[in-house]
Design a protein around this ligand. Structure first.
Ligand code: ATP
Length: 505
């Protein structure tokens, strides 16, 4: 619940209480005087900037935990683009001479946790601006006009703060701008939403080059498609900066930033960790470094080791280890299941297993994690089919060893079906190039089944010769609970043909 909502509910309750007193015949005049007195004090204090408006988080350069662009990793091109835009503000005398109109807004677009807030803070440091942060949801209230009033107040506060601190620039950061800046006329209480957005547009249009305090609005969203076109047109947010998930080198950079204050054992290779964390955002990586340090602390160690990082990756992906303990038969089945996934992964891509474990975490009783060799953005049919095989291998290994399957594979099947759908909608199935919307459901179902059946046959065929090996590895996994990819590969190779030579077709 936002502070604003709490305030409004409080006002509602107070009014109801006053109504109740009147109804009971009490004289409420003294109460009204008292209330009027406190309200007057509050409004005077607010107008003098002694209390901050609801939802606005002010950070002045006195109390800012200053963020610099150097504190942001893996966003080199976004930072470059942002800095270029900010240079307009730094060199405003020059741009004025050239008749360039001031930059009013910068929109940061990207998934959660990629560093958009950090960028806005670093932008404030870079331009020596007062920084005021708020969120789109803070403007949306039950009463008409409240949002618009808050927008006015936000810009006013920014100017006043900057003037008081002798600054020429003020930076307003609005996170989740899509909540406040969604397309007009679409909300049920659209009058309130529309008034708020209109006010924001008015304030942006009012930003002038000759203002003594130059206000720049930086907004962030991961739903640019939801924004009202008026916000996106030139002259408002006329710089759109993409802040994407970091690539492998970017992840290594972010890890370096977040391990600056942490003692690392010599076996820790940040590049290796970066390789294993495809799809992680900066926020994930910060949490990963922190969790690794917590593991070291729990073990009473003074340095963070490679193992702590590996455990932390599992924790960030899968969740905390659970206390629930499956019974012996279940554990054996989980062990067989995970060995099946890992074996298939090694058969199809030698060296691809990073860890397999039978310790329950999150919703899983066990899991196998692969190490992506490189960040992948395009998937071939071979890759997608291999992934389907790996997903199916858990249940099929259970079938091979126990003669039946269990419910533990339902999540794997969901993923396998998603992969099969991806093959179809990418035009790589027997249906040729199709649109998901126009393919009849039963046709879609038939082709998914055909793809899955084909891969099932492939997996069954390749697992057959490993029956004895699976039982051996299962016993070791049961005993040790967890195997690293390297230990697993050593066990598979022992007295066996190298996996690369095994045919899977
Ligand atoms: P949201 O969209 O959810 O508001 P965001 O994109 O604004 O997220 P931040 O709030 O800037 O993300 O990041 C959260 C935390 O994650 C930061 O305080 C920082 O510790 C870490 N972080 C995120 N991205 C980066 C990055 N590129 N470099 C270093 N740290 C990062």
């Amino acid at each position: 619940m936002t502070k604003g909502l709490v305030k409004e509910i409080g006002i509602g309750i107070a009014l109801a209480f006053v109504g109740f007193l009147i109804w009971q015949g009490y004289d409420i005049l003294p109460l009204m005087f008292l209330f009027g007195f406190f309200a007057a004090i509050y409004f005077v204090a607010e107008s003098k900037g002694l209390v901050k408006p609801v939802g606005v988080q002010e950070v002045t350069n006195k109390n800012i935990n200053e963020v610099y662009f150097d504190d942001i990793g893996g966003q080199a091109s976004a930072i470059k683009e942002l800095k270029e835009a900010l240079d307009f503000i730094k060199n405003y005398e020059k741009i004025k001479e050239l008749g360039i109109r001031p930059l009013k807004g910068i929109l940061l677009l990207g998934p959660p946790g990629t560093g958009k807030t950090l960028m806005a803070k670093a932008a404030a440091t870079y331009t020596d601006a007062v920084y005021i942060a708020t969120s789109g949801s803070e403007f949306i209230e039950m009463y008409a006009g409240v949002g618009a009033q808050r927008v006015r107040k936000l810009f006013k506060t920014a100017r006043e703060k900057a003037a008081r601190l002798g600054k020429h620039n003020a930076m307003i950061f609005i996170d989740e701008i899509d909540v406040l800046g969604g397309r007009r006329g679409q909300n049920s209480s659209h009058m309130e939403y529309d008034q708020t957005l209109n006010q924001l547009l008015v304030e942006m249009d009012g930003l002038k080059n000759h203002d003594s305090v130059k206000v720049l609005l930086i907004a962030a969203t991961n739903r640019a498609d939801m924004l009202d076109p008026a916000l996106l047109r030139p002259g408002r947010f006329d710089r759109h900066v993409k802040v994407d998930l970091p690539c492998k080198d970017g992840r290594a950079e972010i890890l370096k930033i977040h391990t600056r204050n942490k003692p690392l054992e010599s076996d820790v290779e940040l590049k290796e960790i970066a390789r294993e964390t495809f799809g992680f955002s900066g926020a994930h990586l910060e949490s990963l470094a922190n969790e690794a340090a917590i593991y070291a602390f729990r073990e009473g160690m003074y340095k963070i080791t490679r193992k702590h990082f590996k455990d932390a990756i599992d924790k960030v992906i899968m969740g905390e280890k659970l206390d629930k303990r499956p019974n012996t038969d279940e554990l054996k089945r989980v062990s067989v299941h995970e060995t099946g996934h890992a074996l298939m992964s090694e058969i199809l891509k030698p060296g691809s297993v990073s860890t397999l474990t039978i310790s329950p975490r999150g919703n899983a009783l066990g899991y196998m994690r692969q190490t992506p060799e490189d960040d992948t953005y395009l998937y071939t049919i071979d890759y997608l089919e291999s992934q389907i095989c790996i997903m199916l291998a858990g249940a099929l290994t259970e079938e091979l060893i126990f003669g039946n399957r269990s419910t533990g594979a339902s999540n794997d099947f969901e993923k396998a079906v998603d992969l099969a759908k991806r093959i179809i909608v990418s035009g790589m199935s027997t249906l040729g190039v199709v649109s998901e919307d126009t393919v009849p459901k039963d046709k879609m179902h038939d082709v998914i089944t055909e793809i899955i059946r084909e891969q099932e046959a492939r997996v069954k065929n390749s697992l057959l010769s490993y029956r004895r090996k699976i039982i051996e590895i299962t016993d070791i996994l049961l005993e040790q609970e967890q195997l690293s990819g390297n230990d697993f590969r050593i066990l598979v190779m022992e007295n066996n043909e190298p996996l690369e030579k095994v045919s899977v077709s």
